[in-house]
Ligand binder design. Sequence first.
Ligand SMILES: [Zn+2]
Length: 579
Amino acid sequence: MNGSDRRTFLKCAGAAAVAVGLPGCTTMNKHDVSNTPEITVRVEAPASPLVSRTFEILKVRLEQRYLSRVVESGVRAQIILAIDDSLSPDAFRIDQIGAAVHVFGGTPRGLLYGVGKFLRTSRYDGSFQPSHWRGTSKPHGTLRGMYFAAHFHNWYHQASKSEIARYMEDLALWGVNAVMVIFPMINLQDWNDPQAEPAMAMLRQCAQSARELGLQFVTGVNNTMFIGIPKHIRATPLPDPTGRRGNSGHPICPSIPEGHAYIMANASQLFEKLSDVGLDILCFWPYDEGGCACEKCQPWGSNGYLKLSRDLTHLGRTYFPNLKTILSTWMFDTPPEGEWQGLADALARDREWVNYILADSHEDFPRYPLDAGVPGKLPLINFPEISMWGNWPWGGFGANPLPARFQRLWDQVKHVVEGGFPYSEGIYEDMNKTVVLQFYWDRNQSARTTLEEYIAYEFGSGVTEDVLAIVDLIEAATGRSFQKQSVDIEGVQRAFQLSEAVNERLPVWARQNWRWEILHLRAVLDRERFAGGGLETPAAEAAMVRLIEIYHCQMETDDPYHHRVRPPLQRAVSRCGEC
Ligand SMILES: [Zn+2]
């Protein structure tokens, strides 16, 4: 990879809000824009910050894909952006009226989703061909979230403000309506820790970016807080016979009055620090980072956890009166303790403090809500793990597309689940994100259909079948490698050859797209590690160096967990911890 490729990534990563006036990609830099064709857009939607932003999002992406200037014009517009109050708020409609393609949204946010569909179904090969898709679309799922696990100096932790904003725009175009980011108390001594202020700045920035796009901002609290908690208020460690609940961090017992007061005081500070940027949803989490097994708290999931979560809800609503809540049931009844039934009994008595129940597991979906119904008859959301399965380090070999896996898991729950929060460690699972987001939008849209749209939009026309074949071959190799079976060498070679051939055919804008790069690099690295000379060949090292750049990894790190998200380049250094 040469230097100009690297600069291109950074330039192309700018958000619409900050990239206005930038051409977007290097090919455009050299062009005299006065001679380029114009695409004319008329904005009929009433003026608002989100409508202006939506126009800029459209403009930046069109100009990146097709050598053109997008101008706002009152006459002879090719694209018209408008609001249609008869649509439901997040719905959109795309129509041809006269010579123009009209994109209507039920609200400005619906318009943004409609622009996403318009962009994905337009074509950019040689000339701009506005979308031929016509119809009305409204989401099935009410909570179409994404959890940015911003830690370990992963991409979310390292990316600039404009990169995060740009990425949120991209996800919004696919239908996301809520972004969750957690303040990492688990890694901090207390509020005076030198890392506390930058972490809060990151959290506030994400909240602001999300809300500027009309997306809900979500954060979480539970009974695991700072490292430096007083010893006498610590929780009793959990029984964990299946090794699945975890005992991470330093949880606090809320049945000790001083422990309860400590949790409330720190939650108050968190709410206070978010009070100007806003908080829409609070998520409670029982295990891994959380839990207490003392006599007064156990069984945690249907006792201490519920009391504490209800108290935190009431506290949160003093800061944010419309605050909604998500109650996670992660690892309930592992081992069986009657937690699901206890939750159902508790919510039958009082459910006003809970808006959503979240359920999922490391493997197949928990049976209780499928067999017995959702406690409190509340909307059920899931928590797909899109980042870690079958790859270590996470994202270390590039893209990890797993459409068949997520289709199988979705088919188990699509009749009951109304949305969720995929767990994301970075940008390498971008394909998985779009697959799941479109499940939430239309429960019957297949993963394959979503990827067809993704490939045509991100990589251009004429490569869909080949890229789908690459994705299938990568997923097959991932599955066999994960199950410690021998990987199909011919398949790995075939994926590599296909990716080289596609790379030659791509237009410049697509070849320089990081989404293509991480898929292409994955094919290179699979060939090297499964069918070539291993991870120390020049080709493998060059691929990992480029991934390290794209992910903004640290070549030398003091973060004891950074190796979890950094490609395994031998000369990369971890100075402490689990290295
Ligand atoms: Zn306790």
